[in-house]
Design a protein around this ligand. Structure first.
Ligand code: AMP
Length: 193
C-alpha cells in the first residue's frame, strides 16, 4: 500500500504520517526530514538545500527527485510506504508515476489534511518555539503557504480526478484527526479492498 499525505505547512502531515505508516506496514518518508538530516550532517546535498528551506522555496525538482528515488529503492519501501511532502510539483508527480510504474505499482491513495490559513500560521508559530526550524517564522510561513497554494494545491485536485483523494478535516484534537485519517484510508488498507 503506497500512500501520500498532502496538505499545507502546519496541517499535521508529519504527525499523522507516522500512524498511517504503521497502518500500512511501511516507512514514513518525509522529504523535509530527509533534507533537514542532510543539512544537519553537512552533506553536499544539505548545503545545496539549505538556502531553499530557509526561505520557504522548493528545492529544485532534479535534486528532490534523486533523493526520493534513492530512498524508495531501499528494501523497506519495496511494497508499502507513506510519502509526506512529496510530490509537490507537476514534475515530481510525473517522476513518481514513472518510478512506480517501472515497479509495476502506483499510488494507492492520497490523504489531504485541510486547515484554515490563519490556524496554520498560528500553529507553526507555536511550533517554532520548540522546533528551532529556520523556516518557522511568520514571513517564511506565509511564503510557504503561497508556494503551496500556487504549486501544490493543483496536484491535490489532480489526484482527486484520479479518484484517489481522501480529504480530511485537520482541525480539532490530534486524536480526533488521527481517527478521521484512519477512517478515511481504512477501506483502501483492508486487504482486497
Ligand atoms: P516540510 O518539512 O515538508 O514542510 O518541508 C520543508 C521544506 O523542505 C520545504 O519548504 C522545501 O524547502 C523543502 N521540501 C520538502 N519537500 C520538498 C519537495 N517535495 N520538493 C521541493 N522542496 C521540498
Amino acid at each position: 500500500m503506497r500512500l501520500l499525505i498532502m496538505g499545507p505547512p502546519g496541517a499535521g502531515k508529519g504527525t499523522h504520517a507516522g500512524a498511517l505508516a504503521a497502518l500500512v506496514g511501511g516507512p514514513h518518508i518525509s522529504t523535509g526530514d530527509l533534507f533537514r538530516d542532510h543539512i544537519d550532517r553537512r552533506t553536499e546535498l544539505g548545503r545545496l538545500a539549505e538556502k531553499y528551506l530557509a526561505t520557504g522555496e522548493y528545492v529544485p525538482d532534479a535534486v528532490t527527485d534523486d533523493m526520493v528515488r534513492d530512498r524508495l529503492a531501499r528494501p523497506d519501501a519495496a511494497h508499502s510506504f507513506v510519502l509526506d511532502g512529496y510530490p509537490r510539483t507537476d514534475a515530481q508527480v510525473a517522476t513518481l508515476d514513472e518510478l512506480l510504474d517501472a515497479r509495476g505499482t502506483a499510488v494507492d491513495g492520497v490523504v489531504e489534511l485541510t486547515v484554515p490559513d490563519d490556524e496554520l500560521v498560528a500553529r507553526i508559530l507555536r511550533r517554532s518555539a520548540v522546533s528551532g526550524r529556520s523556516d518557522d517564522t511568520e514571513e517564511v510561513v506565509r511564503h510557504r503557504l503561497a508556494v503551496y497554494t500556487d504549486q501544490t494545491a493543483p496536484l491535490v485536485r489532480a489526484y482527486g480526478e484520479r479518484g484517489l483523494l481522501h480529504r480530511v478535516d485537520g482541525t480539532g484534537s490530534m486524536e480526533e484527526v488521527r481517527r478521521r485519517v484512519e477512517a478515511a484510508v481504512a477501506a483502501r488498507v483492508r486487504p482486497g479492498a
